[in-house]
Design a protein around this ligand. Sequence first.
Ligand code: SF4
Ligand code: SF4
Length: 67
Amino acid sequence: MAKVTFNEERCKGCELCTAVCPVKIVVMADRINRRGFRPAMVIEMHKCIACAACARICPDVVIEVEK
Ligand code: SF4
Ligand code: SF4
């Protein structure tokens, strides 16, 4: 199964990754990181197709995708 990990403290909450996910499983968390932003996270990881679109679009290299 694919695994998507976020370096949450680096996330600036720009939401680009939520827009590009083809299966719409990247959402913004309710918590706030140390920089004061709501970090992105994945819900329903089992739906991830490991396309890495989220990782590619992130300007801050927050996301890592493993197959
Ligand atoms: S790898 Fe693709 S399917 Fe998986 S969370 Fe990222 S954009 Fe969505
Ligand atoms: S694209 Fe990167 S910085 Fe922007 S919300 Fe997603 S993980 Fe955070």
